[in-house]
Design a protein around this ligand. Structure first.
Ligand SMILES: Cc1cc2nc3c(=O)[nH]c(=O)nc-3n(C[C@H](O)[C@H](O)[C@H](O)COP(=O)(O)OP(=O)(O)OC[C@H]3O[C@@H](n4cnc5c(N)ncnc54)[C@H](O)[C@@H]3O)c2cc1C
Length: 416
């Protein structure tokens, strides 16, 4: 039996990524040697069976595997998740015209390409894992305000006068990360000048478990299939247009959306409330320093056009948890800068590649009309080339990401 006092890991931010890394550590190979404290400025949203949360994510197979590892995936499926089996991408007036690209899970022998899952649901089930794990706790309602670094530990001070001390601080506090700022970890990035409008809409034609995305000159419009038959839309537009749509009546909004959708799901019948998210690209030049590591949107924020931000964050969570566990089991200090750099090496290159690809796609489709024939040729070429399509689908499933750690992670899971 282990009699040493546990190593305390502080996680700032109880978004899905923070809760996931906390749950992995609190239930993983080194759980009996770790104490995990997850904190957040805001209370956690609770999932409601009678109301589909406005924030939903298209989760990849890799994210599903992480949720399986902490034992919550069957619960997610039994509560509410909607598989999407195909993805249809196009530019121009005709959804099935020459510039259309179709991905079908059957083409790569998979039952689906992923699942649409609510943010509140993910956070509810992950918080329940932490609540049940000995040595784990969640503290909400107080923001991290300052950080005191020591040679062997770190203490965070909260805006309610409280403090938490530990060996390592994991920053999962989102794109406007206070931890990143307080530790002077530099970032690069730019605002897109676009805002994503999200809403759930009722359509006359069924979504057929397909995700639809049209590239418009102002930005992409996506329809994601929900379990209740509606579709969740993510419509990225120049910010002034988005603000107008957010202030419009339901009727005005649906009329504009009807035109933008090119009628791909028939007439639009009704919509839920709407919310807007200003879009930016952001990448931290360093993910780690002694006693601290950035994960999720705190490390990188990507355009939502490929629905990958959360999936990348969950891959960070898995990679960092493995590095910490390996260190603790080997008797190393998990807050040591050299240990944490293993995590940075594992994730930074992959994240950077994805960020650059989404950025390029957004720019490509916002080029003026003269570029449209070139784009159509490109889409047509991809559609006609099975290996290129297969690779893109595997990328979307998250099955090509994260070399060594991902292999070990899948292996650990198959042994469990
Ligand atoms: C419109 C839109 C659609 C998207 N769709 C998808 C999709 O389909 N699939 C996908 O993979 N990704 C998607 N994304 C990306 C995804 O939303 C993000 O990548 C993801 O939410 C990041 O999670 P996170 O836990 O890192 O950060 P967050 O979700 O931002 O959580 C950060 C947490 O930290 C807390 N916090 C902040 N500051 C402090 C502080 N000082 N002290 C204490 N707590 C603090 C916050 O309260 C919050 O709970 C989408 C993004 C947008 C904008």
């Amino acid at each position: 039996m282990n009699t040493r006092p546990p190593t305390k890991i502080i996680v700032a931010g109880a978004g899905t990524v923070g809760l996931a890394v906390g749950a992995l550590l609190a239930t993983g190979r080194a759980a009996d040697r770790l104490a995990v404290h997850v904190l957040d400025a805001k209370p956690l949203p609770r999932w409601r069976p009678d109301d589909v949360h406005l924030r939903v994510y298209a989760l990849s197979r890799a994210s599903q595997q992480l949720l399986e590892q902490v034992g919550v995936w069957p619960r997610v499926l039994s509560m509410r998740a909607s598989p999407y089996r195909s993805m249809h991408v196009w530019e121009g007036e005709q959804p099935f015209g020459p510039g259309a690209l179709e991905f079908d899970s059957a083409d790569i022998g998979e039952p689906d390409l992923g699942h649409i899952v609510e943010d509140s649901l993910l956070r509810t089930v992950l918080a329940d894992v932490l609540a049940a794990a000995p040595g784990a706790e969640i503290g909400v309602g107080a923001a991290l305000e300052s950080i005191a670094m020591g040679a062997r530990g770190v203490t965070v001070h909260l805006d309610n006068g409280g403090s938490v001390a530990g060996t390592l601080l994991i920053a999962a506090d989102g794109s406007d990360s206070a931890v990143r700022r307080l530790l002077d970890l530099p970032v690069t990035g730019h605002a897109y000048g676009q805002t994503a409008v999200v809403a759930h809409v009722t359509t006359e034609a069924p979504h057929r478990s397909a995700a639809w995305q049209r590239f418009l000159p102002g930005g992409p419009l996506a329809f994601l299939p929900l379990a209740d038959g509606r579709s969740s839309i993510v419509w990225s537009l120049p910010t002034a247009d988005a603000q107008r749509l957010l202030a419009a009546t339901d009727g005005e909004f649906l009329a504009d959306l009807q035109i933008a959708s090119a009628g791909v799901l028939g007439p639009l019948v009704a919509c839920s409330g709407r919310a807007g998210f200003p879009l930016q690209a952001l990448h931290a030049l360093r993910y780690t320093t002694a006693r601290a590591a950035l994960v999720g949107d705190a490390a990188h924020t990507v355009h939502p056009l490929a629905g990958q931000g959360m999936n990348l964050g969950l891959l960070d969570a898995a990679a960092l948890a493995l590095v910490i566990e390996d260190a603790v089991l080997a008797g190393e200090d998990p807050g040591d800068a050299r240990v944490l750099r293993r995590y940075e090496r594992e994730r930074k290159g992959d994240n950077l590649k994805m960020l650059a690809a989404f950025d390029a796609l957004n720019r490509l489709f916002r080029l003026p009309g003269w570029a449209a024939p070139v784009r159509v040729l490109g889409l047509r070429a991809v559609n006609a080339t099975s290996p290129a399509k297969r690779l893109l689908m595997q990328q979307a499933l998250g099955l090509t990401a994260g070399s060594e750690n991902r292999r070990r992670w899948s292996h650990a899971e198959s042994q469990a």
